[in-house]
Structures are given as structure tokens and as C-alpha cells.
Design a protein around this ligand. Structure first.
Ligand SMILES: Cc1cc2nc3c(=O)[nH]c(=O)nc-3n(C[C@H](O)[C@H](O)[C@H](O)COP(=O)(O)OP(=O)(O)OC[C@H]3O[C@@H](n4cnc5c(N)ncnc54)[C@H](O)[C@@H]3O)c2cc1C
Length: 574
């Protein structure tokens, strides 16, 4: 089922024809007001360039403002030095390219990183930390640690945490509790100070402006001249006299694009982390590819580590990502639909596929991630590191995506099935705004057979056979009685599903990070499919490929590198 929010298809396969006239112009045009874009805009404006940022949403921030605000910056930052933590760019580089580190399921985190891109990143960590502090970001006053980190290197603690501060949070529409404002980490504390700094520096931020194409002198040759944008249905041609910087935040929301990396990721994976605050619709990648750009580092997208794919932590709603809840005061709550039911104990539910069949131990985990202290001892580059990892498949996600044998590549919806007793144990409220009944993400009935009959929503491609769900529940209840799950070895299944009413709540895997993207060089210049620089075009963050680190710091560093290069006095890119 094409979903307009997940599969926007307004970027043509080829470049747009050059405009007859320009509606607006600036020296630097930045696409996206997230972590990459806002940083780039400030750096360029403070260097004296005129800057326009186009942002397709109604507010700035991108995924960065919805984030946990955990910023991994190492290499010997002031914060690390103040707490006696030994780190250096060389150590960080060796960490982020260490071939010998693998996850418990055998997938390497760092092996496929592009050395040129990582080198540039590590060389800018220390100054990026200072730059953030100088631009109003307040870090929680404590030693760097490993919390929230995800493939950030194993040798030293590097995570810094942006204090949430006093601005209304996008998740709730209200400021955080004053008692927590200096101690709680949030993307709010990163992006609102950067927004203020951008406005102080004279950056022009055009909200509700969607980039839909890049203008280049010739279709696949010459300089990039500007962008085609759409503002409430009106086309706008925006000239970039020096450079265009892409900070569009990745591609995992675009169904066809994400399937380049993993054909299983069909349309039913519709509840991406960070959405619906902002999209991850591959527009930057597609527009750049239309003028010749190359993709890069595609392994990093399929590697089974970190948060590329996650088990939902809240059920009964479309957006069940483990670290993000939407509440009724949020400006996007009407699009989010429900808060969701956080699952404390997966013993309280069974998870079934479209046919009502169980497929894995419900307490099974998602993928894990390497970080400081996750290998003990860790010896950089040593073949022995692998011996310190004990194999665990972590296969709930893969089993959920195995499908029902009908030839479709995706696994279809996954439903958590439970009864009234589970609701009592978990303390759930099974009405809106906690669950999304209207959107088809939550169902209730007095019998198991009726529950199966009620499950109807566009991604449920086949009706759930009532007898299939009845069989699964009856079998599971027998396992509870004997204490042994003969099918999936759930450790000591505890609770029967026996007390009406019965419930089915959306529990489908959640896609998160983009870790493949456009090919860039050390200066963040976009490279074409013949290996040549595309003059005047830059990219950073989740739309850039070659670097498998989760999140904020690569986006901020690359925004800084790109803008510096774009406004440097030497002849611009190319
Ligand atoms: C819930 C959540 C928690 C997270 N927690 C952390 C964390 O604690 N630590 C960490 O390091 N990382 C975290 N991350 C990841 C981190 O937020 C992202 O990696 C980071 O924001 C990526 O930066 P970016 O600039 O590439 O994209 P974004 O910050 O997402 O910005 C992209 C912007 O571009 C805009 N845009 C896209 N296409 C267009 C277009 N065609 N025209 C105009 N505008 C466009 C988008 O609307 C968006 O505003 C988290 C992410 C989520 C969703």
C-alpha cells in the first residue's frame, strides 16, 4: 500500500530543467534544518556568507530534535581531559576502523567504514565539541560515558549529553520538569540553541520548503547552481552562488530506496523512529543521484547491529520506537496517532504474524551495539577480540521479517496478542490516546476468533485465520501449564492468554538509522559515479555514506566540515 508519508515520489529520475529566473539566492543553500544543516548554516553565515536553509517541515530540528541528545565526541575533548580520560584522534580512528570488533551475531561494526571519511571526522571531534559549547549547547555536567552510544569505538568513554533545558519539547509540547532541565539529555538541548545561533548569524530559514531537485550546469556535468523547491504547491528556484549542502537526514523512510539495501523492508515497516516529526525520504540522495552522484558504503545499512532495525518497545501505535513517545500536546500528535503501550515484560504477550502464528521467543532481543566496555578486555585490532564475544543470534527481528511464505519479501504486520490480565499486570490503558484504534493499530474482542476477524488494516494483506490464532493461543497456554515452550524455547512461559477481552496491538519492527548514503570525500564534497567531485555540492549526516556511526556527532562534524570548505577562499569544490 503506497503511503504518501513513507514513499514521497516527487523527485524526478533526472535533473530539473534550468529555471528561466531565480526566485531567491544566497551564497550557500542548505537543505534540511537538522543536525547537519543547522551546523553548516551557522558556520557558513559566521564566515560571512549569505545562507538560506530550506526545511520541508513546519519547524526546525529534524530527527536531531527528537533524539536523546547523546553526542559521541572523542579524540581528547576538553570534557574527556577534565575527567582524566585518555583519548586522541589516532585512537578514535583506530577504534572506528577496527576490523576485529564484531557483534554477538557475528556482524562487524567498523570494518566497512571509509578511512578517508573517518579520518576527517576524528580530526574534527575536539573542535566540534568546543564549537557546540561556544554556540550555546549546554552539556550535562558529568564525565563522558557510554550511554546512548552506538558504534562509537571501544577504547574510551565519549558520550556527552545535551541538557534538555527550558524549551518546549517536541514530544510533549511542554518544557521538561525544571528539576531535570540541567541533567536530562535531549535533542531539544542541541537544536534549539543552534536555531538561536543560526538566527543570530543571519541565516534565513524557510520552513515548509521542500527541495525537489538540484540544478546543475549540464545534466551530469558542471557546477551545481541551486535547488528546485516546492512551497505549498508553488515552485521556487533558489540559486546557490557558492554551494548547496545536503543535510536531508537519510533514506530509510523511502520504501523503494531502502530496499536497495534490504529487499525485505517493504511498505509495512511504516513507523520509523523520529517520524512523524520529520521524514527520511531519500530526497537528498535521489536529487543528487539524478545529477550523477554515487551511493556509498551500503554494507553499513544491512549490518545487523545498533538501531538500524529495532524491536518495538511500545505497541498498539504506529510509532513504537524504543526511545520516543508522542503525547497529545505535541504539534505532530495528530500524525502520530497514539502514545503506545510500553511493554515492561514480553512474558505478557505473544507475538504472531499475519496468519496468527508465533515465530520466536517473545523475550528475544533485537540487535546489539558495540561501545566502550562492551568487550572486556578490548585490545585494539586483536584477533582475540572475537573470542571475547559469545554468540547470540538476537533473531526476533529476522524471524519477524521472514514472512508467511506467500512470496512477499516483507514479514507483514506483527501483532502482540494478550488478554485482560496482561493489561492489569502492565498497567495499560487500552483506549485513545494510548492506543490507535482508528488507524488500525489496535483491536479488541471477546473471543480469540473474533479478535482475528477484526484485524483489518491496509498492511494486513491476508485476513488472519481465526482458527490459526486460536491454535497458537491454545498451544501457548499448554506451554504455560507445563512451563516449557516446546516451539520457541521462551524461558518459562508464565501467563496464559485466557481472560477476555482479548487484544491485538501493532508490534511490527521499527526501522531507524540510515548508514548508507551519498559518496563524499574528506571535505564532504559529493562524488559522482565516475569518482569525480560534483562541483558545488556537499553532503553530511545520515544522507552521507561510508560511516557506520549512529547519529549526531557525524552529522554535526560533517556539517561543519562541509560549510568550512564551501566558504573557504580557495576555489570552491571541484
Ligand atoms: C528518537 C531518536 C533518538 C535518537 N537519539 C540519538 C542520540 O541520542 N544520539 C545520537 O547520536 N543520535 C541519535 N539519533 C540519531 C540522530 O538524531 C540523527 O542521526 C541525526 O539527527 C541525523 O542528522 P541529519 O542532519 O542527517 O538529519 P536530521 O537531523 O534528521 O535533519 C534532516 C532534516 O532535513 C529535512 N529534509 C529532508 N528532506 C528534505 C527536503 N527534500 N527538503 C527540505 N528539507 C528536507 C528534514 O525534515 C529534517 O529536518 C536519534 C534519532 C531518533 C529518531
Amino acid at each position: 500500500m503506497p503511503d504518501p508519508q513513507e514513499s514521497r515520489a516527487d523527485i524526478p529520475l533526472g535533473p530539473p530543467p534550468l529555471p528561466a529566473r531565480w526566485d531567491l539566492e544566497a551564497e550557500v543553500v542548505v537543505i534540511g534544518a537538522g543536525a547537519t544543516g543547522m551546523t553548516a548554516a551557522i558556520v557558513a553565515a559566521e564566515a560571512g556568507a549569505s545562507v538560506i536553509v530550506v526545511e520541508q517541515e513546519a519547524d526546525i530540528g529534524g530527527h536531531a530534535i527528537t533524539s536523546g541528545g547523546n553526542v559521541p565526541l572523542g579524540g581528547g575533548t576538553r570534557a574527556q581531559r577534565n575527567h582524566g580520560i585518555v583519548d586522541s584522534p589516532a585512537l578514535l580512528f583506530a577504534d572506528l576502523t577496527d576490523w576485529s570488533v564484531v557483534e554477538p551475531n557475528g556482524f562487524p561494526d567498523y570494518r566497512y567504514n571509509d578511512r578517508e571519511i573517518v579520518r576527517a571526522f576524528v580530526d574534527h571531534n575536539v573542535e566540534t565539541f568546543d564549537w557546540l559549547v561556544d554556540h550555546g549547547v549546554v552539556f550535562v555536567d558529568k564525565a563522558p560515558d557510554a550511554q546512548g552510544g552506538n558504534a562509537v569505538g571501544n577504547s574510551a568513554p565519549r558520550e556527552m549529553h545535551c541538557a534538555v533545558s527550558h524549551w518546549p519539547m517536541v514530544q510533549t509540547g511542554k518544557p521538561a520538569d525544571p528539576a531535570e532541565q540541567a541533567t536530562r539529555s535531549s535533542g531539544n538541548g542541541l537544536m534549539r540553541p543552534l536555531e538561536a545561533a543560526a538566527r543570530r548569524a543571519g541565516v534565513r530559514i524557510l520552513l515548509g520548503h521542500r527541495m525537489v531537485g538540484l540544478y546543475r550546469e549540464a545534466p551530469v556535468a558542471g557546477r551545481v547552481l541551486g535547488i528546485a523547491a516546492d512551497h505549498a504547491g508553488r515552485p521556487r528556484a533558489i540559486r546557490a552562488r557558492r554551494a548547496v549542502i545536503i543535510g536531508t537526514g537519510g533514506s530509510t523512510g523511502h520504501v523503494a530506496f531502502r530496499r536497495i539495501a534490504d529487499p525485505r523492508l517493504t511498505e509495512e515497516y511504516c513507523g520509523l523512529a523520529g517520524m512523524p516529526w520529520s521524514d527520511q525520504d531519500a530526497s537528498g540522495e535521489l536529487a543528487a543521484m539524478a545529477i550523477g552522484a554515487s551511493l556509498w558504503g551500503t554494507y553499513n545499512q544491512v549490518g545487523e547491529f545498533g538501531f538500524n532495525l529495532t524491536k518495538p518497545a511500545a505497541i498498539g501505535c504506529r510509532y513504537g520506537y524504543q526511545n520516543l513517545r508522542w503525547y497529545p500536546g505535541s504539534a505532530v500528535f495528530d500524525r502520530a496517532g497514539a502514545i503506545g503501550l510500553p511493554v515492561k515484560d514480553w512474558q505478557d504477550v505473544i507475538t504472531v504474524n499475519m496468519l496468527g502464528q508465533r515465530f520466536y521467543d517473545e523475550t528475544g532481543r533485537g540487535f546489539t551495539t558495540n561501545n566502550y566496555n562492551s568487550l572486556d578486555p578490548y585490545t585494539q585490532g586483536s584477533w582475540r577480540n572475537v573470542e571475547r564475544v559469545s554468540f547470540r543470534a538476537n533473531n526476533w527481528l529476522n524471524a519477524a521479517m521472514a514472512g508467511i511464505g506467500d512470496g512477499h519479501n516483507g514479514g507483514g504486520p506483527i501483532w502482540a496478542i494478550f488478554d485482560a490480565e496482561a493489561v492489569r499486570r502492565e498497567g495499560w490503558i487500552t483506549e485513545p490516546p494510548h492506543v490507535d484504534r482508528a488507524g488500525g493499530f489496535f483491536f479488541e474482542a471477546d473471543t480469540i476468533a473474533d479478535l482475528a476477524r477484526r484485524i483489518a488494516m491496509p498492511h494486513q494483506r491476508v485476513p488472519m485465520p481465526p482458527e490459526g490464532l486460536e491454535r497458537s493461543v491454545a498451544r501457548y497456554n499448554r506451554f504455560v501449564a507445563t512451563g516449557v515452550d516446546e516451539e520457541f524455547a521462551k524461558p518459562c512461559p508464565l501467563f496464559p492468554i485466557a481472560t477476555p477481552p482479548f487484544f491485538a496491538a501493532w508490534a511490527t519492527p521499527v526501522i531507524h538509522d540510515t548508514r548508507m548514503g551519498l559518496r563524499i570525500d574528506a571535505r564532504c564534497r559529493v562524488i559522482d559515479r565516475s569518482g569525480a567531485v560534483i562541483p558545488g555540492l556537499y553532503c553530511g549526516g545520515e544522507s552521507a555514506g561510508g560511516f557506520s556511526e549512529h547519529g549526531l556527532s557525524r552529522a554535526i562534524c560533517q556539517g561543519l566540515i562541509a560549510a568550512r570548505d564551501a566558504v573557504s577562499p580557495r576555489p570552491p569544490a571541484g
